[in-house]
Design a protein around this ligand. Structure first.
Ligand code: ADP
Ligand code: ASP
Ligand code: MG
Length: 418
């Protein structure tokens, strides 16, 4: 049994869905669970609908929803599906329109999950309908009933025991070809949750773990994991194989090609992860697994829009244990993840993502205890398996503010002055 995951880029139009069909057909006759994300940028569009709806701007929400419907209808039209295959898709469309015309009783985050999850429900209905139409036998599975989470809306925490037994009961001994949603889950009360943005890779790992899959493959618009994001770097090279640890660290430092939560469940069961190109499915891609890797190509991870915050005790006291626990408590309360930290006797510096919804609150809390200074609009560059020439190369045209080295990794906080 294998698990495949297709992200938004792979199913963004009719040609993409046909291509996905071709890749799936290569597994004909084998048990295969296929996890699919929302099409293209649908999730972003749905987030905007939530904003309008929760602000009471019903007309705006409906108009935005109409655009989402039209985008999907244009794709469906290319497949010439019979009515019985169209019905579940159209039912979804009308249920959302009905919901948007009535005010919501729930909290923002709960409503967010109800509405934003529609992207994956629609995409999987369409992909399943297409596959049935071309002659495959498909089981459509509702991940809200299989991936059990708590009620932390927008960031559902998976209940692994319940999830494993729900998924195993569903798959039973007749898995066949299953199409299900990434990114979404449900509580024991039947409420819809989501697992955090970009969470479909993680969903694939959840299904793979629960079923003890022989492998999982995430199909991307890149040849595999590269030594840098090709959006920022011209000369990238493919990393043909990575250890679980390497992949975890790359994802942790911000290589967005794999969602950071994906690796742990796979590592725990020794399940190999392939990252492959949906455009060139015959190419080997990247294998992430338990093997050893002897070649160490320097890898780069860029994070832009970083904020360097420095804290100074107001009374010239040292940065000591009591200060540290206070500082970490304040970051945890504000819900801000620390990307890098460094301390001296009289100051403590941290680098964080500059998120407008969290940082002002954090700064206010910090100012209650420390003198606070900060630098904005910085880059955090992480280089794994570095050498001095790669450091010099990435710092051309940049002013270095802070540097931290371990044996395998260097992190540079810099301002672009070019
Ligand atoms: P999905 O369609 O599954 O959502 P994503 O867009 O989330 O796919 O991930 C693929 C993208 O990840 C690539 O288009 C690429 O720009 C980006 N990326 C970032 N870091 C890397 C890396 N080290 N190797 C390959 N791609 C990377
Ligand atoms: N559709 C969701 C998102 O865009 C989940 C995913 O694509 O991984 O965040
Ligand atoms: Mg994605």
């Amino acid at each position: 049994m294998k698990v495949y995951k297709f992200g938004g880029a792979s199913v963004r139009d009719a040609a993409g869905i046909r291509n996905v069909g071709t890749i799936i057909q290569r597994e004909a006759g084998n048990d295969l669970v296929v996890v699919v994300s929302a099409m293209g940028k649908t999730t972003n569009a749905l987030e905007e609908i939530v904003v309008s709806y929760m602000a009471g701007r019903t007309d705006e929400a409906l108009l935005r929803w109409q655009n989402v419907v039209i985008a999907h209808e244009l794709i469906i039209a290319e497949f010439e599906l019979p009515d019985e295959l169209l019905a579940p898709i159209r039912n979804l469309f009308s249920s959302v329109a009905a919901k948007l015309t009535t005010p919501s009783p729930g909290s923002y985050d709960a409503v967010y999950d109800q509405l934003v999850s529609i992207g994956e429900l629609v995409s999987t209905r369409i992909v399943a309908a297409y596959l049935i139409h071309i002659g495959l036998t498909v089981r459509w599975a509702d991940a809200r009933q299989l991936v059990r989470t708590d009620d932390t809306f927008r960031e559902g925490k998976v209940d692994w025991t319940a999830t494993q037994s729900l998924i195993q009961d569903f798959a039973d001994d007749k898995t066949g070809l299953v199409i299900t949603q990434g990114f979404i889950g449900g509580t024991s009360d039947g409420e819809t949750t989501t697992l955090g943005r970009e969470g479909s890779d993680y969903s694939a790992a959840i299904f793979g773990y629960s079923l003890g899959a022989e492998s999982i493959t995430i199909w991307k618009d890149v040849p595999g994991v590269l030594n840098a994001d090709p959006r920022y770097f011209d000369e990238t090279v493919l990393l043909p194989s990575l250890t679980y640890q390497d992949a975890t660290e790359l994802a942790y430092y911000g290589a967005t090609v794999i969602h950071p939560k994906t690796i742990k469940p796979l590592q725990n069961k020794g399940i190999p992860l392939y990252v492959k190109s949906f455009l060139k499915p015959d190419q080997p891609g990247t294998l992430v697994g338990a093997h050893t890797v002897d070649k160490t190509t320097p890898s780069f991870i860029f994070k832009v829009n970083q904020l360097l915050i420095s804290l100074h005790p107001t009374d010239f006291s040292f940065i000591a244990e009591d200060n540290l626990s206070l500082i970490f408590g304040l970051f945890a309360t504000a819900g801000v993840k620390i990307n890098l930290m460094q301390n001296t006797a009289l100051s403590f510096s941290v680098v964080v993502d500059s998120k407008p919804d969290r940082i002002p609150d954090l700064l206010e809390r910090l100012r209650g205890h420390f003198r606070v200074t900060y630098n904005e609009a910085l880059e955090l560059i992480t280089i794994r398996h570095y050498d001095q020439s790669t450091i010099d190369r990435v710092l051309v045209g940049k002013k270095l503010l802070l540097e931290q080295k371990s044996r395998s990794t260097v992190q540079l906080v810099a301002r672009d002055e070019s």
